[in-house]
Design a protein around this ligand. Structure first.
Ligand code: DGY
Length: 493
């Protein structure tokens, strides 16, 4: 899109008042101290420029050195899929830092190869590594701002000596690494990451699939990344809560109405306590644990991750890693294809009684990431997110708009999330659904422009909710603004 009126010329972007920006949406920049380099002569939409500066400030502000915290006030450690997405934002600001993000994430893996959902920040300086770090971490005061902190998970350490949780999260890292490699190839750094990611995927495909269904078993709702999604209520309510007193920390920084309920938290923490009691024996938890589900969102992300790791291994002349990853992808994809419902959508399964959880949610949208999904299945997702039950003016809803439990302000029970909208757009684009992808991206940016760099948004009004200064919202905004600018450049050329 080009301006339909003459752009004004400005010397310094940061000197224009907000009201001037709103009434004059296009400008030619002569110099700009809010960016690293001046961009003389570049024509930019002013609003997007503001948003870009805001997103960059959030990512830099959440930088803990080697990793990015999702939000300083609410999530003060390294989270798995948050970090993978943060790398995409760093790719727009500082590609070396983007590689570091993925390396630090891989450094959080445990001895079995699982990359945990959280690697805890401690007061031990980052330059202290390995065993010494492990010893110091044990005696250093645990970081009290987050519940459940390191003590809840037992004495679990990452290979780089940090305290870690005992569960995992959606394996987005390989896909983000491929995107990073496509823009800023660094053979040496990518090569060192191939094996850690292969081992993580192998863990998911083997230890977490004791009955050979083809999909990994999730042993805690947090593993899906969509913590209090309605579909997890039935399996979670089978868990008898053993933790009665909960000193929540999350509700200090975010309104309780926007977070999971205390009843959810009692069960979340009960599952953590039970996992710790049996030393996080993963196959046993996947076989007989109190909470066991299949999630089409997680499985779709894993299938895509295996595919992307195979592609990278191919580029680097690592045929064994490529072949194993291709097999992994096909295994998960085949399992997902085989269990699509008659409307083409794939839904979660409660493994304690093998029942399908009849909920239409973001998990079904994310299944579109699966390579080789049937055309009908793909079309069903495309319709679902553009005009169906998950469509909204501000991105993909986390839950069916007609579901009786829908709550537009509550976490994964209604709001639209930037990562879900972006991943759905990306998945559809890869399958040639370009119009659908473009409209989802526009919705995602509209939410950010109106609601700020928030964790999630009310789907009908775009109001920003949840944690503030949220890293993946900033990262994906940076990526999409850059992609938009590149497309405008191409159109103008
Ligand atoms: C939280 O604490 O809300 C996280 O999403 C769980 O990892």
């Amino acid at each position: 899109m080009r301006p339909s009126w003459d752009p004004i010329t400005v010397k310094r972007m940061d000197l224009i008042s907000i009201s001037a920006r709103a009434s004059t949406p296009w400008a030619t920049i002569v110099g700009d101290s809010t960016r690293k380099e001046d961009t003389p002569g570049e024509v930019v939409p002013l609003l997007a420029h503001d948003v870009r500066a805001m997103a960059a400030a959030v990512l830099r502000g959440n930088d803990n050195g080697g990793y990015t915290v999702p939000s300083r006030a609410t999530y003060p450690h390294q989270w798995n899929w948050d970090s993978a997405l943060a790398a995409l934002g760093w790719a727009e600001l500082d590609s070396a830092r983007a590689w570091t993000e993925l390396e630090t994430l891989a450094g959080a893996r445990d001895r079995q190869g699982m990359i945990p959902h959280i690697a805890f920040h401690t007061r031990v300086p980052d330059r202290v590594n390995g065993r010494l770090r492990g010893m110091l971490t044990t005696v250093a005061a645990p970081y009290a701002r987050y519940l459940p902190g390191p003590r809840w998970w037992g004495k679990r350490f990452s290979v780089d000596g940090r305290r870690i949780s005992g569960i995992t999260q959606p394996p987005l890292a390989a896909t983000c690494m491929r995107l990073l490699f496509e823009a800023h190839a660094d053979e040496e750094r990518v090569r060192a990451l191939l094996r850690p990611l292969l081992c993580w995927h192998r863990f998911l495909l083997e230890e977490r699939d004791p009955r050979g269904t083809g999909e990994p078993v999730l042993i805690h709702p947090w593993e899906s990344g969509r913590d209090n999604a309605v579909e997890w209520d039935t399996p979670l309510w089978r868990v008898m809560p053993e933790v009665t007193v909960v000193h929540r920390r999350d509700t200090h920084s975010v309104d309780a109405a926007e977070r999971p309920s205390d009843e959810h938290y009692r069960r979340y923490l009960t599952l953590v306590r039970r996992g710790t009691e049996i030393g996080w024996r993963q196959t046993r938890l996947a076989r007989t644990g109190a909470f066991r589900v299949l999630d089409p969102g997680f499985s779709g992300i894993l299938a895509r991750a295996c595919h992307d790791l195979a592609w990278l291994a191919e580029q680097l002349g690592e045929p064994q890693i490529a072949a194993e990853s291709d097999r992994g992808c096909e295994r998960v994809a085949a399992a997902l294809r085989a269990r699509a419902d008659s409307d083409g959508l794939i839904r979660p399964v409660d493994l304690t009684d093998e029942s399908t959880l009849e909920v239409t949610s973001a998990g079904s949208a994310l299944a579109a990431l699966t390579p080789g999904l049937g055309d009908d299945q793909l079309r069903a997702v495309s319709e679902l997110v553009t005009s169906g039950a998950l469509a909204s003016p501000y991105g993909v809803r986390s839950l069916d708009r007609d579901h009786p439990e829908r709550s537009p302000r509550n976490y994964w029970r209604g709001p639209a999330w930037t990562n879900i909208t972006w991943l759905s757009a990306w998945a559809l684009e890869r399958r040639g659904e370009l119009d659908a992808a473009e409209s989802l991206r526009a919705q995602m940016l509209a939410a950010v422009e109106g609601g700020g760099m928030r964790e999630y948004f009310v789907p009908d009004s775009g109001r920003g909710l949840g944690a503030r200064d949220f890293a993946w919202t900033a990262a994906l905004t940076l990526r999409e603004l850059a992609a938009g600018a590149a497309a405008r450049g191409e159109a103008a050329a």
